[in-house]
Design a protein around this ligand. Structure first.
Ligand SMILES: Cc1cc2nc3c(=O)[nH]c(=O)nc-3n(C[C@H](O)[C@H](O)[C@H](O)COP(=O)(O)OP(=O)(O)OC[C@H]3O[C@@H](n4cnc5c(N)ncnc54)[C@H](O)[C@@H]3O)c2cc1C
Length: 407
């Protein structure tokens, strides 16, 4: 039976202390002002040594991969992630999501998606060039696949293109809803190789871009419903010239950063959503229990009404189920085993739905106060909704699960 250990609980408490001291005092600026989240995230990394741990683990892995390339060792052990307790990376996610899930979105896209996409499919030179600063959040990353007319059908409707020109490529296209887009220093741009062939047969390639390149425009943050502490924007590419050194894997072979690369990134995203959902659910439940004990109507506390008790019970069931899914992720990662794609989709679908349902019930339980920005459940309900949309909508997860069952 998996349980949080004493060490895990110590980390949770340390995270809570950090959040109370550093995040809560500026939460209004992050959520309702224009304060980007990166300063706080860098402080978090420095306080918990996450930057040093990431650097040490990166250097160890690069040294090992260089030794393999030089034929000095056999490519077997150590495996990626070995020796690290996966719970230690999920606990900060859970705790941050109790207060400001947007911070996790911004951090997850920069480190979890952008750095990971380069690290898993890039050459050693590419990894050394971009990953170290992304992993420590010294630089901010964005991962861009979505376009105005290409969302769920990310590959089929993609218009962004790369055209060969001598030794270089010329990139064109626009991307939208890109997390960290307005502030990103490093961007993974996913597009199709235009060889004059039918668009559906074109290879999918990923390129790494740096802010400030000629022809690249990063929009201002878009206004949106929630996740305000995570800036989202558009990217416009007009004849951006790049060398092969920016093509991930430096090869047009599709397994080096093409559809497979993007798909493995989808899988990672989906697992992270369960931990995010757990943080939202835990916070909504705690706030709802406290309010149900405190608020009185008809001469008694509202927690004594059975209809309110039913809401609390449903929240507790959701908390237990989503926590169990998070525990399963941890156990599988510790055993170096991946979930199947269908399992990851099922976990994302269920967790996101539960987070949204719980947060909306928490608003209901708080009555008019729940609708007011002064009460934290209002923000969490707006934030939770996007978990059912990004990283693949509920409908797309459902289709993926059913496809797997029927294959
Ligand atoms: C806050 C935020 C941050 C984001 N960050 C990023 C990012 O960093 N990088 C990035 O590339 N993208 C990002 N996205 C984009 C996100 O991944 C897409 O919005 C999402 O995949 C859905 O695509 P869409 O918006 O085009 O909706 P559409 O695909 O147009 O879907 C519209 C509706 O149709 C449904 N639908 C579509 N196809 C089917 C089908 N086959 N069967 C049944 N129903 C279907 C959908 O489920 C949805 O309900 C972000 C989005 C948001 C809101």
């Amino acid at each position: 039976m998996y349980q949080w250990s004493d060490e895990h609980n110590m980390l949770r408490q340390a995270m809570k202390d950090f959040i109370a001291k550093e995040l809560v005092p500026i939460r209004d600026e992050l959520e309702h002002g224009n304060l980007p989240p990166y300063g706080l995230l860098r402080k978090l990394f420095a306080t918990f040594g996450m930057d040093e741990m990431a650097s040490a683990s990166f250097e160890k892995r690069i040294a090992y991969d260089k030794a393999i390339e030089a034929g000095e060792v056999e490519p077997s052990e150590p495996k990626r992630g070995e020796g690290m307790d996966p719970a230690f990376s999920l606990i900060p996610t859970i705790e941050l999501c109790r207060q400001s899930p947007g911070l996790v979105t911004a951090m997850g896209v920069s480190v979890g998606l952008t750095a990971s996409a380069i690290n898993s499919k890039g050459t050693i030179a590419q990894r050394e060039r971009w990953v170290p600063q992304l992993q420590t959040m010294e630089k901010i990353g964005a991962w861009a696949i979505t376009e105005p007319n290409s969302g769920s059908d990310a590959f089929g409707s993609m218009l962004a293109s790369a055209r060969r020109d001598g030794d270089e490529y010329v990139l064109n296209g626009s991307k939208t809803f890109i997390t960290n887009g307005p502030y990103a220093d490093t961007i993974v741009f996913i597009c199709k190789l235009d060889e004059g062939n039918d668009r559906k047969d074109r290879k999918v390639l990923s390129f790494v871009l740096d802010a400030g390149m000629d022809g690249l425009v990063q929009s201002k943050p878009l206004r949106k419903m929630g996740m305000h502490s995570s800036p989202t924007g558009e990217l416009f590419l007009n004849d951006v010239r790049v060398g092969r050194d920016r093509l991930i894997g430096e090869s047009e072979e599709v397994k080096k950063g093409g559809r497979d690369g993007a798909k493995s990134t989808f899988q990672q995203e989906r697992s992270g959503v369960a931990a995010m959902s757990l943080g939202i659910i835990e916070e909504c439940l705690d706030l709802s229990v406290a309010y149900a004990k405190d608020r009185e109507q008809f001469g008694q506390r509202i927690g004594d009404f059975q209809l309110i008790q039913q809401k609390l019970a449903m929240m507790e069931v959701a908390r237990m189920n989503v926590q169990n899914l998070v525990f399963r992720t941890i156990e599988l990662a510790a055993a170096n085993t991946a979930m199947t794609f269908a399992e990851a989709c099922a976990m994302k679908l269920y967790s996101a739905q539960q987070a949204t349902a719980v947060a909306l019930e928490a608003v209901q339980l708080h009555g008019g106060n729940g609708y007011m920005a002064e009460y934290h459940v209002e923000q969490l309900a707006r934030d939770a909704k996007v978990l059912q949309i990004y990283a693949g909508t509920d409908e797309i997860q459902t289709v993926a699960i059913a496809k797997d069952l029927l294959k």
